[in-house]
Design a protein around this ligand. Structure first.
Ligand SMILES: *Cc1c(COP(=O)(O)O)cnc(C)c1O
Length: 392
């Protein structure tokens, strides 16, 4: 961040005075969402936290610190770099698993930072095995099987081949078998049951060799499919950050994100005419247009030109015209002049127009809205209360 004094020693404004938009992340709500998931899953299921992609765009360090302080014992990231940052944030205690698996020659990094690799291909298994045997380390690992998504994980045939080879997992110490659901947000989709059954079959086989191996299948929505899907470890991400894991029902999670953009100009249209690039929208005489200091470069997707809405003074205001790189125009004709003023703020994401609402308007999912959030906002974190017992 820029400092508060200029090179000439003069006092300058605060970053929040300069920012075009404010992003507020409610860490207490994230922690409460984690507890809601824990209650849902019951005492026999470890609710970990997926904090990949910089905690879904909300900030790996503050989010992971709050969850660890609340007692979260397992974290999942996608990349080794994130895992190493995370290890420094949460200290030596919590388990950290690296979902995308080990790249070549990174085995020693996993050992050095105590990161659990997720082994998803025969090559992963072989490389890890060679390392473990050569270095004589007994390093834990997670084995991922594909149960129908065809994205990442050993196929049933690859898995069976490794299992029927007495050297297949020699030297490895797998603590968990995991798989990932493709359609958990659609509870009636037949994939959910077929993946569950495929997973159970593979788990049964796995436990003939590794009787103590744990199992993990559910993401956020999987936790809401029911107890059969819970197993020992669940891996929710999106629900922690307020995205609805049950899109067909009211959202059981607390909202986490507030994003407000600063109004730069309010224009009373004196001659009917076009608004924005491409002259794609028009304004009638007397209409009132507010231009805010935020655009698609901040993750307010260009697709929102068609259907985006904000909130100003408690009133829904539609986006008017195309979203620009650094600017967005809203029709604020229905908002009193006293509220539609330069220096005021339009809520772009709030309790009223939620992440899921913005996603629907953009034709995407809440995940993409969150992970697209830009880096020019002034970010504020509402602290999670420190709970007795979780203090370390
Ligand atoms: C991203 C991811 C999750 C978390 O999914 P959500 O839908 O955000 O809860 C869990 N497991 C794996 C393997 C993932 O890639």
């Amino acid at each position: 961040m820029l400092s508060r004094t200029s090179p000439s020693g003069r006092n300058v404004s605060r970053p929040e005075d300069r920012a075009g938009a404010f992003l507020t992340v409610d860490l207490a709500a994230i922690v409460e969402n984690w507890r809601i998931l824990k209650r849902r899953a019951g005492p026999n299921c470890d609710i970990g936290s997926v904090v990949k992609a910089d905690a879904y765009g909300l900030g790996l360090e503050p989010v992971a610190r709050a969850l660890a302080a609340a007692g979260c014992k397992t974290f999942y990231v996608a990349h080794l770099d994130g895992a190493i940052v995370l290890r420094n944030v949460v200290g030596p205690g919590p388990r950290i698993a690296c979902l995308n698996g080990p790249n070549r020659d990174t085995e020693r990094d996993h050992v050095a930072f105590n990161i659990i690799p997720v082994l998803s291909t025969p090559e992963h298994v072989r490389a890890w095995q060679n390392y473990a045997l050569k270095e004589e380390v007994l390093q834990e690992s997670i084995v991922q099987v594909d149960t129908g998504m065809n994205r990442l994980g050993l196929t049933a045939r690859e898995f069976q081949a490794l299992m029927s080879d007495s050297d297949g997992f020699l030297g490895l110490h797998p603590q968990m078998l995991m798989s990932h659901l493709a359609c958990a947000d659609e509870p009636h989709h037949r994939m959910n049951r077929s993946q569950l059954e495929a997973f159970r079959t593979m788990l049964g086989l796995f436990r003939t060799r590794f009787p103590d191996a744990k199992a993990s299948l559910a993401n956020s929505s999987g936790v809401y499919l029911g107890p059969e899907w819970h197993f020992d470890y669940a891996r929710p991400g999106a629900a922690l950050y307020g995205v609805n894991p049950t899109p067909e029902k009211p959202n059981p999670m607390l909202p986490v994100v507030n994003l407000k953009a600063r109004i730069i100009q309010v224009r009373r249209v004196d001659t009917p005419g076009a608004v924005g690039y491409g002259a794609a929208a028009s304004a009638r005489e007397g209409a009132k247009i507010a231009t805010v200091s935020m655009g698609y470069a901040d993750g307010y997707l260009r697709a929102l030109g068609a259907a985006g809405v904000g909130i100003l003074d408690g009133i829904k205001v539609p986006v008017l015209g195309r979203v620009s790189m650094d600017l967005t125009t809203f029709d604020v004709s229905n908002v009193p002049d006293s509220a539609a003023v330069p220096g005021g703020f339009i809520d772009m994401i709030s309790h009223v127009v939620t992440v899921d609402d913005v996603a629907r308007a953009a034709g995407t999912i809440g995940y993409e809205i969150l992970t697209s959030l830009g880096h020019r906002f002034h970010r504020r974190y509402l602290p999670a209360p420190v709970t007795a017992g979780a203090r370390s």
